[in-house]
Design a protein around this ligand. Sequence first.
Ligand code: IPD
Ligand code: CA
Ligand code: CA
Length: 265
Amino acid sequence: MDWGAIDRYAKSLIKEAGHRIRVSFAGKIQIETKADANDLVTDIDREIEQFFISRIRRDFPGHRILGEEGFGDDVSSGEGVVWILDPIDGTMNFIHQRRNFAISLGIFADGVGMLGYIYDVMADDFYHAYRGEGAYRNDERLPVLEPVTVDKAVIGVNASWVAPNRYIDHEAVGRLVSDCRGTRSYGSAAIELAHVAAGRLDAYLSMRLAPWDIAGGSVIIREVGAISTNLRGEDLDMISNDTFIAARQGLHQSILDQYIRLKQT
Ligand code: IPD
Ligand code: CA
Ligand code: CA
């Protein structure tokens, strides 16, 4: 497999998709809801996913695609080469803020993350990594992260998880919020992972993410020595929805041991 060629191809596809998204702001965006009133999707999410899928199917007919909007393949195993795509991660930001959303793409071979991309479209910040070759923000190589303790850590966590919820003991998450240096929430899992990779967040956690939210980011953060697992500390299968944490070495285990009390769901 010529991963260098796939890498160049994926980068140019993502840049073109980013351009299409920016241009879309000139027209009227159609907004619909999915699972509930706050689960939003637009015609642009769908158009961008279809754009990726038509190109990938044309140029890599043997590869499979797992995309959030459902135009890809029905992927139930990690076999072969799988492109895991979120055409717009942070759709609520896309609609309400017209910024702080990203294209997220991970390319996996037999379940192993080979290439990862997060494109913060409006900031024009492109995070990318090729397994074993380091992670980059645009042309700048991201340094390997130093360890940090909870009291000095800035943690990405959504306020939903410190309110009563069905997934986790929210009081334990509240203790984490009190014990760490500060918390942030950006409304795009992919952008939060880019922040972990770049050392702006020391950890990011969520109770329910899908493979397309984290596929690109998990490849990128690994290259700077960070770890991503579910909140039981297990590897992610990149097929099903799961709990999620990405953090620097050491901090990852401290958070799991001291602050994570999952409920049986
Ligand atoms: C969502 C964003 C958000 C996260 C949600 C995701 P979407 O993705 O990443 O930050 O909290 O769980 O579903 O729907 O905007 O692609
Ligand atoms: Ca998403
Ligand atoms: Ca999305």
